[in-house]
Design a protein around this ligand. Structure first.
Ligand code: AHR
Length: 648
């Protein structure tokens, strides 16, 4: 028996100590707490991890203009043996034109019918072969005087034994001429173990310039996009596309910036440039293509303009030195938004798009908190006043947000919006998701979270140790991402746009510079990481009204929105724990229908998707049969749930 004094003490203490609150998510639907920004969910992009070349941009030949390496025609190899002899070399003495200052010289010293010699391209980790597909091949060529051979182009197996598609050009002339032909595959099984070859059946010397091969593209656009990758992004229903970077906007040096004027027009007029992630960009995906990409997704461009600062520290001094860059930005805005009769708008019209694109936001630079010269304040001010003078309705974004000390932020004018970047561990996001934005000044600039992503381990995207790791994040990271999204969504009166980074990764060895990334692919296949599915779930189930959502007595994170027209309430629940978490859903101020739908993304913390296992972690839909105010809903361990609750 317990002594009497112990019972008395227990009674007193029991009365004095507050009871642990029942785990509750309280949602107040009586009146909205704010408006959800219509552009809340978007995409950020740049040339990293072979996102464009070897990714979304559908060109299949790597080093098509022979400019990738000044010393050797990398990714090209002679086709010889079997009775043929050939050698290849760069020939800057025979440039294609003033822009592409080299060509490929192919010397075929032995060849005959059935024993052709020439050159092969390995593609971007293979050439994808699909059955009954029409490819568009094109190239510039000329031959040494007297050459009478026929040129054959083909897509064939790596060992040359299987020819999937082939076509012929009857003869070459001694002057540069362009050639174009269609190659059509038959009933081949899909494979990426293929190469592109161009051969001749007579000895001779020929020169090649800008050799290109496109598979079927999205809506069959010329110079277009890979349909499967683009579809993954369309499915996310992004409100905006932030481009062209990221570091890719700035380049390592001023000469390596994204010089948009050099990314327009015929491919043979685009020199390409050295990108900051260790390889050259063809600029086949140039300003015009970025705009078409945004349009294909029904998204608005968020245009980042070069702001006179490059990554290795060089910058243009505010004043006359910066003026040409400011003018470039004004011209660029005119290209995007100007009438078809305007100087730069007319170029857009000539490229096939007479209608101006919608543009609301222009970002000045990228991560200018790295500029230790302290020039950003004045550089920003110079861009800001020129843009506002000519385009008063445009919203101008500063690249230094409140996560940086005031001394680094823009002070001499007030930016409309500031861009904050957060690469954080899952735990850091779980902490930030409990109120980071609650304390922000609602009267100050709006917030654009222009880059963010959760890490399973401490932040080390470039660490060589991360090379062996998966290119895309696991379920645990998706939990951090989803938690962070609840914070941004609950505060979307202030956080008007956000986008994960990086978006794309070619998963082949040697193709990537960063991890983790949202969408992975090789030449033939594509998959979404758990984080991709989490973002897609959030972005495709969001209303226009913010509802107050408060969690008590639970680690589950939540946000709620409502569609003012259909009155559907969307509740997002994130359980970071490794056991199921029952929560009481206290939804006041709305009369709910009897059933609701749930979309659940849940898995072991370490589980992930991969190119060979693309659907290990995907959302599962289900019905909730008995919806009641105060009902208990159990969020699975490591689980992300989106509930769609209909009104009665
Ligand atoms: O997203 C990868 C890089 O991270 C971006 O290029 C840069 O803006 C940031 O530092």
């Amino acid at each position: 028996m317990k002594p009497r004094w112990l019972l008395v003490a227990a009674l007193i203490l029991g009365a004095a100590l507050p009871r642990a609150a029942a785990p509750t998510i309280a949602i107040d639907a009586s009146s909205p707490a704010g408006k959800v920004s219509p552009l809340l969910y978007g995409l950020m992009t740049e040339e990293i991890n072979h996102a464009y070349d070897g990714g979304l941009y559908a060109e299949l030949l790597q080093n098509r203009a022979f400019l990738d390496d000044a010393a050797a025609p990398i990714h090209w190899a002679p086709v010889r043996g079997d009775g043929a002899a050939a050698s290849i070399a760069l020939d800057p003495g025979q440039p294609l034109n003033a822009v592409i200052g080299t060509s490929l010289r192919v010397d075929v010293t032995r060849a005959s019918t059935g024993h052709a010699g020439g050159v092969a391209n390995e593609g971007y980790w293979g050439i994808p072969v699909r059955p009954d597909a029409r490819y568009r091949a094109s190239f510039f060529a000329k031959a040494a005087p007297g050459f009478t051979g026929t040129v054959t182009i083909a897509i064939e197996s790596e060992d040359g034994k299987t020819v999937y598609a082939t076509g012929r050009v009857p003869g070459l002339s001694p002057a540069w001429k362009s050639y174009e032909l269609a190659l059509t595959t038959g009933s081949a099984a899909p494979t990426a173990k293929a190469r592109f070859v161009l051969t001749v059946d007579r000895p001779g010397t020929i020169w090649l310039g800008l050799v290109s091969l496109f598979p079927p593209t999205y809506k069959n656009q010329v110079n277009g996009f890979r349909p499967d990758l683009l579809q993954m992004m369309i499915d996310m229903r992004p409100g905006f596309l932030r481009f062209p970077g990221g570091n890719y906007l700035e380049g390592d040096h001023i000469a390596d910036r994204f010089e948009w004027k050099k990314t327009l027009g015929p491919l043979s007029e685009r020199p390409g440039h050295m990108a900051p992630w260790g390889y050259r960009s063809t600029d086949g995906l140039g300003l015009h293509e970025f705009l078409l990409w945004a349009e294909a997704m029904n998204a608005e461009p968020v245009l980042a303009v070069y702001a006179g600062y490059s990554l290795k520290g060089a910058y243009a001094k505010p004043g006359p030195d910066l003026a040409p860059h400011v003018q470039d930005a004004l011209d660029e805005i005119e290209y995007v938004t100007g009438a078809a009769t305007s100087q730069w708008g007319s170029l857009r019209a000539r490229a096939g798009h007479p209608a101006p694109f919608k543009l609301t936001y222009v970002e000045i630079g990228n991560e200018d908190f790295f500029d230790r010269s302290g020039s950003y304040d004045q550089r920003f001010a110079q861009f800001h006043s020129a843009i506002k003078a000519r385009y008063p309705d445009l919203q101008v974004i500063s690249t230094v947000g409140f996560e940086h000390p005031e001394s680094q932020r823009v002070r001499s004018v007030t930016p409309d919006v500031v861009d904050e970047h957060y690469y954080r561990t899952v735990d850091a996001f779980l902490k930030a998701a409990r109120g980071q934005y609650d304390t922000y000044n609602r009267k100050g600039p709006k917030i654009f979270v222009g880059e963010w992503g959760a890490y399973e381990t401490p932040f080390e995207p470039w660490n060589p140790r991360s090379r062996g790791e998966a290119p895309t994040p696991n379920m645990r990271a998706a939990i951090g991402d989803a938690a962070w999204m609840t914070e941004m969504e609950r505060n979307s009166d202030l956080v008007i746009m956000h986008c994960y980074a990086p978006l794309l990764v070619n998963v082949n060895p040697g193709a990537r510079q960063w991890r983790p990334n949202l969408i992975g692919y090789d030449a033939l296949r594509v998959y979404g990481s758990p984080s991709y599915h989490a973002i897609k779930l959030f972005a495709t189930h969001v209303g226009d009204e913010i509802l107050k959502a408060a969690a008590t007595g639970t680690d589950v994170l939540a946000s709620a929105t409502r569609d003012s027209r259909s009155r559907t309430i969307y509740v997002k629940l994130v359980n970071p724990g490794d056991t199921p978490a029952p929560v009481q859903l206290e939804i006041t101020g709305a009369t709910l229908g009897a059933t609701a739908t749930a979309l659940t993304l849940a898995a072991d913390a370490q589980a992930t998707n991969a190119i060979d296992a693309p659907e290990r972690v995907v959302p599962i839909p289900s019905q909730i049969p008995d919806v009641k105010r105060g009902m208990t809903y159990t969020v699975p361990a490591n689980g992300i749930v989106v509930l769609a609750l209909q009104p009665r």
